[in-house]
Design a protein around this ligand. Structure first.
Ligand code: RUQ
Ligand code: CUA
Length: 864
């Protein structure tokens, strides 16, 4: 009998589980149905969805194309985290609008001209031993042959260098395995000097090349005087990659104009596109950069052009440092595999991918076994003897990225709109998937490093056509995330990119990036040194030297000091602003109306603004970041008067103020108010101490911030008391008001800290209690009930103890409130709150969960 019962009980339990999962499933299916999603869609959503607060596994740094900046998003969520301003002004970051960032932007001036945009193509992460180290990011500007350095501690551009001899550059930025050099190859050949030469001089004077930018990892800067260029024939060099592992010390650059074609469509000649693809073969350039770096030390080996050292072709050839290997015509990407033995060249106009074997290349070089020479005297290796093999992939093969398993590579097919997975060692096709549409670059996680991580792949598609809501003829780009964790590739999600053409992405495991949350007080974020205008609290001042006015100002929630600046028309103004905040994410922005200036001043940062006060008038200035409840009050006035004008007619107008008695009353009122607020703060601080808040770093940060605000009260209180004693009631009221402001700021952080601390301390909610909490909020209960406080309805702490047989009573009451209205206790409550609880039509299951939630509340009653 007992056994029989056990079986029945077990069966019942089983049914219960099934019923439960069936209801869960039906909820799931209801949503799927409503949104028209397949099971595959739902699965993809689960793979990319980050609930609030959950971080991504990888960062992707993506070139912003013609926007001239770099975009940062997270993988797998594909949510944009930041745009890093690089070659173009970015007003919301103050980039190009404050003096310090202008200095960076203006490092990119060319021949005295301001260039305010860039065509960013290839981001590259700094490497140690061929692996990404998370310290720096580099990016090229194809249009103006420039390279920028971005410091990944701050996600800010810290340097721009202009190539002194190239007029355009595509094959950058690519780094050597320890980031000794950043490689930048030229694209459209042109004379190295800045002089005019007709197209007829193409073969003789126009040149291509590769620049080796010397990078100093310690101070994070490119040293221009230690950099140099290898001269190359005008073959229109395209992409580049540095060798690693066994090919460390070498680098590879392909090209697309072995024809040396010069165009001339307007003269009736065939266009470039025809002329540059007439030959069957173009050249892969193979060169030994370590040897070149030695050669350049001897002045005899270099010619100096525009102040920059260039190693001529003949010198490189004479020293066995430069070779060519034929490659199928007009290739595009060139990628060295993780261990450095294989070099994969994309076909573009040929359906084949070519896999070169570095060991075979090196053997020919060592044996001086050359097939021929080109017209510039560069030895040409035999293609057959250099190839490991070729594999037919499809049409429009542009780029490659490496997978985690040995030999796996993913390639993009622009024309076929596909990503193919294959094995470059076995020359075997493994899988193929459609993308939307016309993919250029692609990036598997850390896929170009010596240590690829696999997992996900992004396809950077050039066209999106019908994928998104239409926004006019200019469509967004489409970055697609593909799951490559399994045998088959699975498309997960599309991400519209509302920016330029994002060419290439570089991805890195999130745990490798270590950013700062604030600057040391008074830092120039562009030099990371103390700012000349660093101003601490109490040092605010305005100094005049002739007609140049220097303003040393500070910003802190929620005021700007000074608040009045009076100038003479024509004054030159240098304004320094220091953000005195230490709290995470408390940025202030600054602008003065009508003066085209803007700064974003991050915690601890000092910035400089320069302008001329050349128009008369009254110009409000204000903080542009919503930094506190009193952000809108964070303002001041710049008043510019004309020194040659007579303003004598302006009468001082006086509005009748409050009477003494009224002021006294107001003063007392605010004192009482402050006292009440203070006791709330006291209880919060006591709560923190009692609960050992310091063990929780994020809570501690917030509490420190609260305490920091609180310390500012004393001096305001002193001023208030002093004013009161001097019978200046008006100021006494105002300073007490300031006390209150600091209390509110204290409370603001403290309440956030308390919520966080409570989450940390509370017992774990059961599944039912969790559900119940959701229902409680979504069902509208929280509209009247606040846990821990009497609000428009009673506090619910202890609600399960206030009635006999309370669980049953509360359940019945939620189910049908009216049934209890006549009970004497309820009659009193209804009278007190002047409200009757409405029937929210809760289901039994929901009511059960709410009661679970109430139990949890009672368990943690002392936390509220
Ligand atoms: S390139 S889409 Cu500018 Cu890297 Cu090939
Ligand atoms: Cu500071 Cu708004």
């Amino acid at each position: 009998m007992k056994k029989y019962l056990q079986i029945v009980y077990g069966a019942l339990l089983g049914v219960l589980v099934i019923v439960q999962s069936a209801t869960a499933e039906s909820e799931f299916q209801k949503v799927m149905q409503k949104r028209g999603l397949s099971e595959k869609d739902a699965l993809a959503a689960l793979k990319v969805y980050n609930p609030s607060g959950k971080h991504d596994e990888y960062y992707a740094f993506v070139s912003g194309g013609q926007s001239g900046q770099v975009m940062v998003y997270g993988i797998p969520s594909m949510r944009i985290l930041k745009y890093i301003a690089v070659f173009a002004p970015e007003p919301w970051q103050g980039y190009g609008f404050d003096t310090d960032s202008k200095e960076i932007l203006r490092q990119g001036n060319i021949r005295g001209r301001e260039i305010n945009w860039g065509d960013t193509h290839h981001p590259a992460l700094s490497e140690s031993d061929g692996k990404y180290d998370g310290k720096y990011l580099f990016i090229n500007d194809k249009a103006n042959a420039r390279i920028a350095v971005i410091d990944l501690k701050y996600f800010e551009t810290s340097q721009i260098v202009v190539n002194p001899i190239f007029k355009s550059s595509h094959g950058g930025a690519f780094v050597t395995p320890n980031t000794d050099y950043i490689l930048e190859s030229c694209q459209y050949a042109a004379p190295f000097t800045n002089d005019y030469y007709p197209m007829e001089a193409y073969e003789e004077v126009y040149r291509g090349g590769v620049t080796f930018w010397k990078f100093d990892k310690k101070n994070g800067k490119i040293s221009q005087q230690d950099s140099f260029t290898l001269e190359l024939p005008p073959y229109m060099q395209d992409l580049t990659d540095a060798g690693k592992g066994i090919s460390d010390g070498w680098a590879f650059t392909n090209s697309f104009n072995s024809e040396l074609y010069t165009g001339g469509i307007e003269k009736g000649l065939p266009p470039f596109e025809a002329g540059c693809s007439r030959n069957d073969m173009d050249y892969l350039h193979v060169y030994n950069w370590k040897k070149l770096a030695e050669l350049v030390k001897d002045d005899k080996n270099v010619k100096v052009i525009n102040g920059h050292r260039v190693i001529p072709i003949e010198i490189a050839v004479k020293n066995n440092a430069l070779f060519l290997i034929p490659e199928n015509k007009s290739p595009h990407g060139v990628d060295v595999n993780p261990d450095g033995q294989y070099i994969i060249v994309s076909g573009k106009l040929d359906t084949h991918a070519s896999v070169y074997d570095f060991k075979k290349i090196l053997k020919q070089i060592e044996n001086k076994e050359f097939a021929s020479k080109d017209s510039y005297g560069i030895p040409i290796l035999d293609i057959k003897k250099s190839l490991h093999g070729q594999l037919e992939l499809g049409l429009g093969h542009l780029h490659n990225t490496f997978g985690k398993e040995d030999g796996t590579i993913y390639s993009s097919l622009y024309v076929d709109s596909q990503v193919v997975k294959w094995n470059y060692k076995q020359l075997k096709l493994l899988d193929r998937t459609n993308i939307h549409y016309n993919v250029g670059h692609l990036e598997a996680m850390e896929g170009k490093s010596a240590d690829p991580q696999g997992e996900y792949l992004i396809a950077l598609n050039k066209l999106s056509i019908d994928r998104f809501l239409p926004v006019g003829p200019l469509h967004p780009q489409n970055n697609q995330l593909i799951d490559i964790g399994g045998k088959k590739m699975e498309l997960l999600v599309d991400m519209p990119v509302p920016l330029g053409e994002p060419h290439q992405a570089a991805s890195i495991r999130a745990s490798k990036i270590h950013t700062e949350v604030r600057y040391n007080m008074g830092t120039n974020s562009k030099t990371l040194k103390p700012h000349v205008g660093k101003t601490l609290a109490g040092q605010e001042r305005i100094e005049r030297k002739g007609n140049h006015v220097y303003i040393y100002s500070t910003m802190v929630r929620s005021h700007i000091n000074p608040e009045h600046i009076t100038l003479n028309k024509g004054d030159k103004v240098t304004m320094y602003i220091t953000n005195l905040e230490r709290a995470q994410d408390e940025t202030h922005g600054f602008t003065i109306d009508h003066h085209n200036i803007h700064a974003s001043v991050e915690p601890g940062e000092s910035v400089q603004l320069d302008f001329v006060a050349d128009i008369e008038g009254v110009f409000p200035y204000y903080c542009t970041e919503f930094c506190s409840a009193l952000h809108i009050e964070m303002l001041g006035y710049m008043l510019v008067k004309d020194p040659n004008k007579d303003y004598g007619w302006i009468q001082k107008t006086k509005i009748k103020g409050l009477s003494k008695e009224e002021l006294q009353k107001e003063y007392e009122k605010i004192l009482a108010n402050n006292e009440a607020t203070n006791s709330v703060i006291d209880s919060l601080f006591k709560f923190f101490e009692d609960r050992g808040y310091a063990k929780y770093p994020t809570v501690k940060n917030l509490v420190d911030d609260a305490k920091d605000q609180y310390t500012k009260i004393d001096s305001e209180r002193e001023k208030a008391t002093k004013a009161y004693n001097e019978k200046n009631l008006e100021n006494a009221v105002l300073f007490e008001n300031m006390v209150w402001q600091y209390m509110i700021k204290t409370a603001d952080s403290a309440i956030r800290a308390k919520d966080l601390l409570v989450t940390n301390l509370a017992t774990k909610k059961s599944a039912g209690a969790k559900k119940g909490e959701e229902v409680f909020h979504e069902g509208g209960c929280s509209g009247c009930h606040v846990v821990g406080r009497v609000s428009s309805g009673p506090d619910l702490i202890g609600v399960l103890k206030r009635h006999r047989n309370a669980e049953k009573w509360v359940a019945e009451y939620i189910k049908n409130p009216e049934s209890k209205f006549k009970e004497p206790y309820m009659e009193r409550l209804i009278k007190f709150f002047n409200l009757k609880m409405p029937n929210q039509n809760m289901k039994d299951e929901e009511i059960k969960d709410i009661i679970e939630y109430f139990k949890w509340i009672d368990e943690n009653a002392d936390l509220f």
